[in-house]
Design a protein around this ligand. Sequence first.
Ligand code: G3P
Ligand code: CA
Length: 289
Amino acid sequence: MKTRPAGWPGGRPSVVAHRGASGERPEHTLAAYELALAQGADGLECDVRLTRDGQLICMHDRRIDRTSTGRGVVSSMTLDALKAHDYGSWHASVTASERTSVALGDPDISNPEVDRYSEPSEPQTVLTLRELLALVVDWPGPKTLFIETKHPVRFGGLVEFKLLAELQRFGLANPRTETDPPVVFMSFAPSAVFRIRRAAPRLPSVLLGENSRYLGVAPSASGTPTAVGPSIKMLRERPSIVERARASGRATYCWTVDHPQDVALCRDLGVRWLATNFPLRTRVQLDGQ
Ligand code: G3P
Ligand code: CA
């Protein structure tokens, strides 16, 4: 089992690569996840959506327009149709300026390792959840995959049902321990967390939230999630949410934490998991302090 340095009660925050190392590689692609693992991320985050033919793929948006060479709605396309497009080429033009202003803009945190990895992206195919699970399972050493279901309400639980079937295929639906779990379920929808907690009681879960109503709901939400999942904006405004969660036996997962000051805030408050688009420099910052 991993040992952790000081920080949250069990160590410093674990670094979760949000959509992979998506600040440096196109989000939700194999390239982004492989880079995150190579950079020493403790965990990976992904969003999943259902295709028309019932396959779970890793994708944030309802449509593929922003992150591919194609156009269309994921749920009305088959996996084969989705595979006809490139999911890598859009990223180079976007990140060229972002890398300068965001990733390397802070001289205190710039790192030569980041430059080494900052290369134009190769063409990428759409990534299925099954392929991502295989990557995590085969990786030497423990890694946690945080899986967020999108459109959980629209399909009345079908996404969670399919997800559990997929986890069972890998023997991951009923983990023996919640310390460094292989998979954590996440959703903004309390109903989705409830469904998962009922169907797979030992699978850790995070109830995500980004508005003030959530602050009142999260600690006592139905389905009793393992962790609360505030945005970094919420954490800045109400840092007491971490202590409140801890008092009710829950950890905190904070997203999306890209600025060094926010990384330090998470560490100081005792956040257990922080999701970042830049896992390398975040890990370097945390390990160097
Ligand atoms: O990690 C949680 C975070 O990803 C939720 O927001 O919109 O990026 O899925 P979103
Ligand atoms: Ca997400």
